[in-house]
Write a protein that binds this ligand. Structure first.
Ligand SMILES: [Fe+2]
Ligand SMILES: [Fe+2]
Length: 193
């Protein structure tokens, strides 16, 4: 799939602001890919497409997810915004013939994380939260950690997300808990994966 085609399908789907975010995620992800020796082509495609469904309404997300068995937890029924990852992966495959399972899962899990994340999953997840447009408290610390250790960065990001969700009395997605447990046990075993 050529890069201009991919950029155009994302541009058509997203607001300008979200499109620009996606481009910054691509840039950040490609930089991470260099250090981690990840497949740049896959990193490019997954990071560019990660928010493909982000402009959809909660109703739309829910209806596509219900019709196509994309729901993994009842938490998604209550907070349909969480479905923009799974719905994006579904639409990219269906509408644009993206078949690569590694790319599709990185898109699918970019909001919640999951157990057994691949390097590509981790890059997309983290690039999304540390791209240069992000300004929340602690983002510089997280950028720094990611430069040295992507797994510690992931743990920091999960802790922050879960803390944020708790403060706002929102529901925690079970995948995020599983992802955090998985990364912690890996870090404790000394050197993750
Ligand atoms: Fe997203
Ligand atoms: Fe994003």
């Amino acid at each position: 799939m050529d890069n201009i085609y991919l950029r155009n399908i994302v541009r058509k789907r997203l607001s300008e602001k979200r499109f620009n975010h996606s481009l910054r995620v691509v840039e950040t992800a490609l930089k991470m890919a260099e250090d981690l020796e990840a497949d740049k082509e896959k990193v490019y495609t997954a990071s560019l497409l990660h928010d493909y469904a982000k402009n959809m309404s909660p109703e739309e997300l829910l209806s596509i997810a219900r019709r196509n068995q994309l729901i993994s937890s009842w938490v998604e029924e209550r907070q349909p915004g969480l479905l923009h990852g799974p719905v994006a992966a579904y639409l990219c495959k269906k509408e644009h013939g993206i078949e690569d399972e590694e790319i599709l899962r990185a898109i699918r899990f970019h909001t919640t994380g999951c157990e057994n994340m691949t390097t590509l999953d981790k890059i997309v997840y983290l690039a999304d939260v540390i791209e240069p447009g992000r300004t929340y408290e602690g983002v510089n610390e997280l950028r720094d950690i990611c430069k040295h250790d992507i797994n510690k960065g992931l743990l920091f990001a999960f802790d922050r997300t879960i803390g944020y969700v708790i403060k706002r009395r929102m529901l925690i997605h079970p995948f995020t808990i599983e992802a955090r447990n998985w990364i912690i046990t890996g870090i404790e075993r000394g050197g993750m994966l």
